[in-house]
Ligand binder design. Structure first.
Ligand code: ARG
Length: 474
């Protein structure tokens, strides 16, 4: 059958208005689902044959025909013709052109509504898994960089004002834990997509004796959907994936913001590799953190993708509405953007130079040991408010004279209070200030080492969790 008539053309007396064909078509973007569509159609055909709904020989011809189309698409030889509204029509038409009548039996007991829901779930499952793996690669890079710099001290900030010194490894690991939660969200999104809609037909189910469990097993779905109306209307799984992508992008964006700040000459904490920076067309001296900025910038797009689908779905009556065709492009955009961003950030971190001395100098400035100096006086019996006042006066003088707290001699400290003794100097040694934060999860080296072990164990377990679930539908 080579006619240009739409596959649903029987009850129509006129062709679709030409100028609207492109408007209504999803083929230009949903062709990306071709592999999922062929997997779903093969499973459906196998089941139709096994149930005796179509002759077994037809089922075989359909499966072989679909394999041939897959090979053609893979080789780039398949013509995607806009006369076909979407990838489902496109493949069915090509199948029928190739094998004739058997091809016309494929759509028995099926609607594009349950077909597209199935394809899209297969796609989202595979993408969630692939992204979860990429997130784990970045978690691995964070662990490695933290591990390579176990004793580098840096200033920690609140309100972007120097607050208390930290281990650089501790700061990096903060992002590890964000990504560990992102991994969980992606796995949850994969789970949310893990039910088979096929067999729901247009909205009410079908009178053919389908075996939905067989199709679910062939496609690797954990369950079949419980309600045919819900099955064809549900896009929660896509929202879950978009949300998981959004939060992951949010975390990458915050990390990139810090890389941008740290690589500025004002901070100088890190130097990004040339391979992960760009120059200026006019200013020869410039080396810009473009890729970090782009990750930060692209985060807004991904949030937009989530918002767009939420709004698309909010007023839809059951069951399928054509509005739902708008579900795909945002998901494609979000998963591609996140994938590229994860790669970029992993590369930036793995290749950056860590300027330990600059970080340390930064940690000595800003009077970040002031709390510890006050605590020293409290330990000697002085009421905290008095200690706060004494140390406040020392800070004022240090600030006026451009000095660090660590540069004060014991005699100079004693001029402010005779409670100071030789141990006071040790109290404000920057490494000791860090080493004193020994609460679980704190920045002391012993705790950060423990945290690194915990992170390593968790990453190994999470990576193990994903192994064996490999699906190749991306
Ligand atoms: N291209 C459509 C989509 O992506 C496929 C489902 C069409 N179903 C229908 N009843 N028009 O949503």
């Amino acid at each position: 059958m080579t006619s240009n008539k739409a596959l649903w053309g029987g009850r129509f007396e006129q062709q679709t208005e030409t100028s609207l064909q492109a408007f209504g078509a999803s083929l230009p973007f949903d062709r990306r689902l071709w592999y999922c569509d062929i997997l779903g159609s093969k499973a459906h055909a196998h089941m139709l044959g096994a149930q005796g709904i179509i002759p077994a020989t037809d089922a075989q011809e359909i499966a072989d025909g679909l394999d041939a189309i897959a090979a053609q698409i893979e080789a780039g030889d398949f013509v995607f013709d806009l006369v076909d509204e979407d990838i489902h029509m496109s493949i069915e038409r090509a199948l029928t052109a190739a094998i004739g009548d058997a091809g016309r039996r494929l759509h028995t007991g099926r609607s594009r509504n349950d077909q597209v829901a199935t394809d899209f779930r297969l796609f989202c499952k595979a993408q969630a898994e692939a992204l979860a793996l990429r997130v784990n690669e970045l978690r691995g890079v964070l662990i490695e960089v933290a591990c390579d710099h176990p004793s580098v001290v840096m200033p920690g900030y609140t309100h972007l004002q120097k607050a208390q010194p930290l281990l650089f490894a501790h700061h990096l690991l903060a992002y590890y834990w964000m990504l560990a939660r992102d991994f969980k969200r992606l796995v949850a999104a994969q789970d949310a997509a893990d039910e088979l809609p096929l067999g729901s037909a247009a909205l009410a189910g079908t009178s053919y004796p389908l075996n939905r469990r067989q199709v679910a097993d062939e496609l690797g779905f954990a369950a079949v959907t419980a309600n045919s109306l819900d099955a064809v209307s549900n896009r929660d799984f896509a929202l879950d994936l978009l949300y998981a992508c959004s939060v992951t992008m949010l975390h990458l964006s915050r990390l990139c913001e810090e890389l941008i700040l740290w690589s500025s000459s004002e901070f100088g904490f890190i130097t990004l590799s040339d391979a992960y920076s760009t120059g200026s067309s006019i200013m020869p001296q410039k080396k810009n953190p473009d890729f970090a900025e782009l990750v930060r910038g692209k985060t807004g797009r991904v949030f937009g993708d989530l918002q767009a689908l939420l709004v698309t779905l909010k007023g839809l009556p059951l069951a399928y509405n054509k509005d739902m065709q708008e579900d795909k492009e945002g998901v494609f955009d979000a998963v591609d953007t996140l994938e590229a961003s994860l790669r970029a950030v992993a590369g930036m971190l793995a290749t950056m130079q860590v300027n330990a001395e600059t970080m340390r100098a930064g940690a000595l400035g800003g009077f970040m040991a002031a709390t510890d100096l006050a605590d020293f006086l409290v330990a000697k019996g002085m009421p905290f408010r008095d200690a706060h006042e004494v140390v406040g006066r020392i800070v004022l003088q240090a600030e006026k004279t451009g000095r660090t707290l660590q540069s004060f001699s014991l005699a100079e400290l004693q001029a402010f209070s005779d409670v100071f003794d030789a141990e006071a100097l040790a109290a404000i040694d920057i490494d000791k200030v860090v080493a004193r934060r020994t609460t679980a999860g704190g920045t002391a080296p012993v705790q950060v080492a423990e945290q690194l072990n915990q992170a390593r164990r968790q990453l190994a377990a999470d990576t193990h969790l994903l192994q064996g679930v490999a699906s190749a539908t991306a």
